[in-house]
Structure formats: structure tokens, C-alpha cells
Design a protein around this ligand. Structure first.
Ligand code: 9Z3
Length: 317
């Protein structure tokens, strides 16, 4: 089995040159730059939140692709708590994955709406749902009207990588007031463009063997080159508890960023470990927390914001 390599700076450059950018990347970059510039002028802290999974196309005119489990709950929920803590948020998410606030509106919204026809048609929310819906609608409009939330989308691994580079460079302009929260579940494997068939693979040709290359680890250029001034939080996902914290520490040693949030697939909604170079803290929801609707992202984001504040004070000394 191939082991993850550690490419040189020149290898990263040639890897990026081999990727074919989506058409809208330039427009997205302009939007992110404008957003970060505006918030830098107001001294607002800005966090880039990545969220959702990436697809790995099997054909360049893509009919089939590989995907993963992530639907973006962690990213969408965390973005809401960062907004509540006064951060402006660049929400870089997988197309059609969960979005802040919208994720809380039941997909069966039509069941709770009634239409009354008249000179003016009126839509009413059933009284039993008003209590739940009102705070969500209020928050959504508040942050949208204040221009605190910028939504940018990606779909494929390539879209994600190219957009991450642009967004991270833009966050770097905020100095230590910028933060990057890498919650997206990014594929470790991909098919290079030159090895991908153009057209739909024909099943008439029989069984297919796929050869997947390793995706270079983006934390290295992100921390060293794209956003060396930003406060960087990465995530480590495992299914084996015995590996989790050691792998998180190893990531900190290798990439020299500030925090790794370690989580296990099965318990990720109720338990996380915040690992820094000098500390290791477990946050865990109790059964009664879960019953009362408390979310792990609430204490997680609060604690990360404290770490970010400490780091800002150290950097501004
Ligand atoms: C995470 O670990 C996220 O917490 C989840 C959230 C993807 C588990 P959901 O979308 O899931 O709320 O259902 N994200 C990062 C996972 C990852 O790929 N990390 C890389 C690694 O572990 C390094 S950045 O090697």
C-alpha cells in the first residue's frame, strides 16, 4: 500500500498546475477577497469554515464519482456558533450539503404551512411550529443583513483544493485575526486528470480496476505558504479510538499549526478531543445535554474562540 508522501514545494506547484479549475473560481476569489477586506477594515475576526465531503470523478464528463459520508453537520453548525461569537464566516461547503440555519428548517416545511387565498394570498405557519422557527428565521436574516456570512460552494476534490488555496490566502490578509476551521471530509485519493477517461465508462467493457493516487496533504502548504499568519484548526477523523489522539498530536508535530480536533466516526456528534501542543481536552455531551438539544459544536467553538483570543494576544505583544 502506498504511504502518504510529503511532497516538496515544487511538487505542490506542479500538482496544482495539473488540476483543471472550474470556470467560476475567479469570481469566487473576488467575492472572498472583498468579504475579508471589508471585515478587516472593521477589525472583525473572520473564520473560513470548510464543510461537507468532496467527490472524486471517475470520468472527466462525469457520470460516476466516489464520495464519502459527510453531509456537513459539523461545518454548518459550527458556522452558526462562530457567527454568534461575533466572527464573520466564509462558509466553503460542498454543493447541496447542509447550510447554517437552513439546516434547521425541516424538509417537511410544506406540512406546517397553510395558504389562505383572498385579495392577497397569505401563507401561515402552524402555531405549534412558530416557536421553533422564529429564532432560526431571525438569526438567518440578522447575519445575512449584516453581511457576516459568505457562502461559497465546491463539489469535486479539485474544486475544493483550488478554492481552499484562494480562500486561505485571502484569510491570511487578516493576520492573526483570521482563522481556518477545516471540517470538510476531503478525499485522500484521486484520479489525476491525465489518467481519467473523457467519456462515460462502458459497462460492456466488463469489470473495472481503479487506480487511485494519494492526494497531497494540503495542511503543509496551507500553514507554511498560504496562510502562515492565520489560526489553523484541522480535524482528525478515525474509527479506531486507540489511534485517535496520537494521530492528532502527530499532525501538530508535522504541520506546526495550532489545534487538531479529534473525533471518532460513531461518536462525533457527542464527543471531541481538542488537542494543542500543550493540552488535550475532551468535550462530551451527557445524555441530558443531548435530550435538551445541546450541540457539541457549542462548547467546541467557545473553547476554540478562547484559544484564538490567547493566540491573538501573544501575536500582538
Ligand atoms: C471531520 O472530522 C468532521 O468532524 C466530520 C463531520 C467530517 C467527521 P459531518 O459532516 O462529519 O458532520 O457528518 N472532518 C475532517 C476529516 C478529515 O478528513 N480529516 C483529515 C484526516 O483525518 C485531515 S484534515 O486526515
Amino acid at each position: 500500500m502506498a504511504t502518504p508522501s510529503s511532497p516538496s514545494s515544487a511538487e505542490y506547484t506542479s500538482f496544482f498546475q495539473s488540476l483543471i479549475p472550474e470556470e467560476s473560481i475567479g469570481a469566487k476569489k473576488i467575492q472572498i477577497d472583498e468579504f475579508t477586506r471589508k471585515h478587516a477594515q472593521n477589525n472583525t475576526r473572520v473564520v473560513l469554515v470548510t464543510s461537507g465531503g468532496t467527490t472524486v470523478p471517475l470520468e472527466s464528463r462525469t457520470v460516476r464519482f466516489l464520495d464519502n459520508f459527510s453531509i456537513g453537520t459539523r461545518g454548518a453548525t459550527s458556522a452558526e456558533y462562530f457567527l454568534k461569537q461575533g466572527y464573520a464566516v466564509v462558509f466553503m461547503h460542498r454543493h447541496r450539503s447542509l447550510q447554517p440555519f437552513c439546516q434547521r428548517v425541516d424538509r417537511n416545511i410544506l406540512d406546517v404551512l397553510t395558504v389562505t387565498e383572498g385579495p392577497e394570498t397569505v401563507i401561515t405557519v402552524s402555531p405549534s411550529h412558530v416557536k421553533d422557527l422564529a429564532p432560526v428565521v431571525k438569526d438567518y436574516h440578522k447575519y445575512r443583513d449584516q453581511g457576516m456570512l459568505l457562502m461559497v460552494e465546491f463539489t469535486t476534490l479539485t474544486d475544493y483544493l483550488l478554492l481552499l488555496r484562494e480562500a486561505a490566502q485571502s484569510i491570511n490578509n487578516l493576520g492573526c485575526h483570521g482563522a481556518i476551521y477545516l471540517a470538510a471530509a476531503v478525499s485522500d485519493f484521486y484520479i489525476p486528470p491525465e489518467q481519467m477517461p473523457e467519456h462515460k465508462i462502458q459497462s460492456s467493457e466488463g469489470p473495472r480496476h481503479l487506480h487511485l493516487e494519494m492526494t497531497p496533504k494540503m495542511l503543509k502548504p496551507l500553514v507554511k505558504e498560504w496562510a502562515p499568519k492565520a489560526f489553523v484548526i484541522s480535524f482528525k477523523l478515525e474509527t479506531d479510538t486507540s489511534l485517535l489522539v496520537d494521530k492528532a498530536k502527530k499532525a501538530l508535530d508535522t504541520y506546526h499549526h495550532q489545534v487538531v480536533v479529534a473525533n471518532l466516526l460513531e461518536t462525533r456528534k457527542t464527543e471531541v478531543v481538542i488537542v494543542t501542543r500543550n493540552s488535550e481536552e475532551t468535550l462530551k455531551l451527557s445524555d441530558s445535554d443531548v435530550l435538551s438539544g445541546r450541540e457539541i459544536e457549542s462548547p467546541l467553538v467557545s473553547r476554540l474562540v478562547e484559544f484564538h483570543h490567547q493566540w491573538i494576544s501573544q501575536n500582538l505583544k
